[in-house]
Design a protein around this ligand. Structure first.
Ligand code: KG4
Ligand code: ZN
Length: 350
């Protein structure tokens, strides 16, 4: 079965073709047009600019993703219909609905977070991944860490989710972005903090890992952000400015504080729910320390650790195509009509 995925929920325009055949998944194409450079001067995504860019690029991105294939060869079109920026979602859903109507193909609306969850099942373009047996995969603990979400989800089957806990304030990615801004680094902050951390001492500043010892699966990162703000203010008051090494040390200490709490709660959730696997996803899953620490902390267990390829850590349509496949396993394609797909910027999966 061949699925076309379309993703425009934030600032990446993406289209992808995925083939699912005989218990194997193969990404045939995954085209991503990033708008990071356009939004960077504003320190965040500007919704109206994002929508305009999606409109400008979606046709070209779709054409490239089809790689010469005919629309007749498609079995399903899958589009992100929420959550996300409404102006961005409307471009993708309107485009996908028109395409489905024109080509008479079934269309499904996919939750963006559900898409992220499936990203760890994908291999790079052109390579096949074996679909694990349900017994090897479930129950799974999904750690979703992005710019807008930090959630620990218990997944008992395809499409069956239970929220164990989430952030009470800032998301992990948001914390990286805000700390980066305080340090005078650019946007998005996560990759820069991660890079700066390589030359920093993570134990130089003792920053809080909020709620690390609380018995629940909730997170809070606003306190850490404030702690960094005061630390920087104090240093600037004394030394007038932040030097390169201090920035690297604060970066490494902040990264450690965030990763420590993410790992502690994920490992506890996996062990106490007898998880067969842990699935990491979202933009923050690109963080090297997080990837490495998650693997290390579960090596002495039977729990399978599924970490997305770097190319699938950021928003992409391949994960949307695969989520569209798995979330409609038991549906007839005649039930998947374009009329029922609607953009919903606040769609909560769990
Ligand atoms: O999933 P995503 O691409 O967009 C949302 O749906 O939010 O996540 C973007 C977030 C940003 O906050 C960015 O700073 C963070 O992911 N991020 C990282 C890294 N790469 C991206 N955070 C930490 N380390 C990284 N290497
Ligand atoms: Zn995302």
């Amino acid at each position: 079965m061949k699925i076309l995925g379309i993703e425009t929920s934030c600032d990446e325009t993406s289209a992808s073709l995925v083939e699912v055949k005989r218990k194997k998944i193969k990404v045939l194409s995954n085209i991503v047009s990033s708008q990071i450079k356009i939004h960077a001067p504003f320190g965040g995504v500007v919704p109206s600019l994002a929508a305009r860019e999606h409109v400008n690029n979606i046709q070209t991105v779709l054409k490239a993703s089809m790689a010469g294939l005919d629309f007749d060869d498609l079995d399903l079109i899958s589009v992100t219909s929420g959550p996300g920026l409404i102006s961005s979602l409307l471009v993708g859903t309107a485009f996908a609905k028109t395409l489905a109507w024109r080509t008479k193909k079934p269309l499904t609306g996919v939750n963006h977070i559900e898409g992220h969850i499936y990203s760890s099942l994908l291999k790079p373009v052109g390579e096949e991944s074996q679909i694990l047996d349900k017994k090897e995969l479930f129950p799974a603990i999904c750690l979703v860490v992005s710019g807008g979400h930090t959630q620990l989800i218990l997944m008992s089957d395809y499409g069956k989710y239970e929220l164990l806990g989430e952030t009470r304030d800032d998301a992990a990615g948001e914390a990286f972005d805000k700390i980066a801004r305080t340090l005078g680094l650019g946007y998005p902050g996560g990759p820069i903090i991660s890079k700066m951390s390589e030359s920093g001492h993570a134990l130089k500043y003792l920053l809080p890992s909020p709620m690390i010892n609380s018995k629940n699966y909730e997170f809070s990162f606003a306190g850490l952000k404030t702690a960094v703000l005061y630390l920087v203010k104090n240093i600037k008051d004394k030394e007038n400015k932040l030097n390169e090494q201090t920035i690297a040390d604060i970066s490494a200490s902040s990264q450690k504080a965030i990763v420590d709490v993410l790992i502690a709660k994920t490992v506890r959730a996996a062990k106490s729910n007898d998880a067969k696997s842990v699935m990491l996803s979202g933009g923050v899953s690109a963080n090297k320390l997080l990837r490495q620490r998650l693997k290390e902390s579960l090596t002495d267990t039977e729990i399978e650790v599924l970490i997305p390829e770097m190319s699938y850590t950021t928003d992409n349509a391949a994960m949307i195509a695969v989520a569209g496949y798995f979330s409609n396993l038991n549906k007839k394609s005649s039930d998947l009509n374009w009329q029922s797909v609607k953009a919903d910027s606040n769609w909560e999966m769990v």
